[in-house]
Structures are given as structure tokens and as C-alpha cells.
Design a protein. Structure first.
Length: 211
């Protein structure tokens, strides 16, 4: 594989592909270094879709956490969000780490971004239900903002502006990666969208007083 990579970098693509096509076949178990060499070959030759096939084959013969994670990332690069959702759930079931479950929830949000109509009808309500179920079981991860960001994305996608505004008033809003004045602006934006004009005036006045 390293020889093929060298040939690609010498712009001898046809020769390189002969080697790769002979080696990257179904049913063969490759170690991590060899798989990474294949990845470099496909990236350098602008054939990133083949990375998906590479790791789809890899998890059949070696369904390790690493290989499943690499397949998830490959799906992400190719915008195959439904497939990555399945891998996120599989990782959670196999390994038990909560972040993998949230990867699956985030995959639903990504699908909703591509299909807003289906997103509002089914994908985002499902994402919200899955998120709430997991948080009720495990709580929020201490020191992490990712879960709060995901929760807000789900609410925004469903245009639940009142809930978004309530979210911004709670202490956990400070965990979002936003400067204090941006937090205030965000809160005012949600209140405005929900036409809570008195509250907009109150928040704005308090913000000016604190400056």
C-alpha cells in the first residue's frame, strides 16, 4: 500500500490503482496502519468515497471500536447521515459510551438540515425524545458544552422559541461557547421570535445596566 501511495504522489495513478484494487478486497483483515495507508491513498487521489467502502468491509472482519468510529467519520465526510446514525447507535450499544449515543442524535439533526420538512415532522421530534431519554438516565456531562449545544440545536430546528428563550435564562446557558454579550443577544433573538416584547425590553435594559 505504501508503494501505491508513493506512486500516487508521483502522479502515476493508474499503476497505483492496480496495486490498491488488488489489495483492498472484501474479506481481508488489515491492521490499522494498513487501513490508514489506504485512507491516504484515497484522499490523495480524490477518491474519498472509497474510504466508506474500505471501513464497511473492515467492520465485517474486525468490528472494533476504532473501525466503527472511522466508518462513522467516513459517512460524515460523504454526508451519509442516515448511515452514520446507525453506526452511532451501534457504537453506543457495543461500547456503552454516552457520546456515541449523542452522535446518533446529532445525525438526526444533520438529516433534518438536509430535509427540513421531514425534519420538523419526524426527525427533530425523534432527536428531542432520544436526547431527553438519555439525559434523564445519565444527566449532563460535567464540564462539557456539547450536550447543551445539541439541545439548543434541536429546539431551534423545531422553532420552539419559547423553550429556547427559557434555555438561555438558565445557569447552564453560560456553558455555551459564547461571550456574555452574545448570550444576551441570543436570548433577545429568541424572545423577539416569540414576540415577547416586554421581556425583550427587560433583558435589554438589564444588559445595558450591567455594562
Amino acid at each position: 500500500v505504501l508503494k501505491a501511495l508513493a506512486l500516487i504522489r508521483l502522479e502515476r495513478l493508474a499503476e497505483a490503482m492496480e496495486i490498491i484494487d488488488a489489495l483492498d478486497v472484501a474479506g481481508v483483515k488489515h491492521d490499522d496502519l494498513t487501513l490508514q495507508a489506504f485512507v491516504h491513498c484515497y484522499r490523495d487521489s480524490n477518491q474519498t468515497a472509497r474510504i466508506v467502502t474500505l471501513y464497511e468491509r473492515a467492520i465485517i472482519v474486525d468490528p472494533s471500536e476504532h473501525n466503527l468510529t472511522m466508518l462513522f467519520m467516513a459517512y460524515t465526510r460523504e454526508r451519509m447521515y442516515k448511515e452514520q446514525q446507525k453506526i452511532g447507535l451501534r457504537l453506543f450499544k457495543d461500547v456503552g459510551n454516552v457520546p456515541y449515543y449523542l452522535w446518533s442524535v446529532m445525525s438526526l439533526v444533520m438529516q433534518a438540515n438536509e430535509n427540513p420538512e421531514l425534519g420538523k415532522k419526524m426527525l427533530l421530534p425523534l432527536a428531542e425524545k432520544m436526547f431527553k431519554t438519555q439525559i434523564e438516565k445519565t444527566g449532563y456531562t460535567e464540564g462539557s458544552a456539547a450536550e447543551y449545544e445539541l439541545q439548543l440545536l434541536i429546539l431551534e430546528g423545531q422553532e420552539k422559541w419559547a423553550e429556547c428563550a427559557e434555555f438561555m435564562e438558565k445557569p447552564h446557558a453560560t456553558k455555551l461557547p459564547l461571550a456574555p454579550y452574545n448570550l444576551v443577544e441570543k436570548g433577545i433573538e429568541y424572545l423577539t421570535r416569540n414576540e415577547q416584547w416586554e421581556k425583550v425590553d427587560e433583558v435589554g435594559t438589564n444588559a445595558l445596566a450591567d455594562m
